[in-house]
Design a protein around this ligand. Sequence first.
Ligand SMILES: CC(C)(COP(=O)(O)OP(=O)(O)OC[C@H]1O[C@@H](n2cnc3c(N)ncnc32)[C@H](O)[C@@H]1OP(=O)(O)O)[C@@H](O)C(=O)NCCC(=O)NCCS
Length: 152
Amino acid sequence: MINYRNAKLSDVEEIIKLINLYAEQGLMLPRTRSTLYEGIREFVVAVEDEKIIGTGSLHIIWDDLAEVRALAVDPDRRGQGIGRRIVEILLQEAADLHCPQVFTLTYQVEFFKNFGFNIVDKENMPHKVWKECINCVKFPNCDENAMILNLG
Ligand SMILES: CC(C)(COP(=O)(O)OP(=O)(O)OC[C@H]1O[C@@H](n2cnc3c(N)ncnc32)[C@H](O)[C@@H]1OP(=O)(O)O)[C@@H](O)C(=O)NCCC(=O)NCCS
């Protein structure tokens, strides 16, 4: 059975392994231990037989905007609804915080469309969104899609 729960400090090594596996393929941004420990309370993990098979985080940007980031499912477990469940949990967290909008920067456009996210012009995103982009290997030529979901 898959258990979905908030991440613990002891999960960091497994989370980083999962994220950086995809980062090596250019599908995600690499994460350092430092940023993961600092942001650990933002992370949700999917656990089966004590192994982390999925993760994702909700990062608050401002009083009206949050970001789904660092979403990754074990390559052997993709397409089984795990990513969907993680995003549902993160969106519920955003709703509980009364955050009206959630965005993501992604190559997985069809996956996010399933939740009602729509592509928006990156130029229209608030400047604060780009704060961490200067640390990205792709900066300033970001080819990810900015997508927004209105939670109402
Ligand atoms: C993207 C990712 C998180 C999706 O998780 P997943 O567990 O494989 O996806 P799910 O099984 O929950 O899929 C949910 C729905 O999205 C669809 N879907 C998933 N990935 C898709 C894709 N790449 N393109 C189109 N549809 C996709 C599924 O078919 C499913 O639709 P359905 O419910 O109508 O059958 C996962 O494939 C992954 O880790 N990818 C590599 C890392 C990555 O790109 N992360 C995103 C960074 S923003």
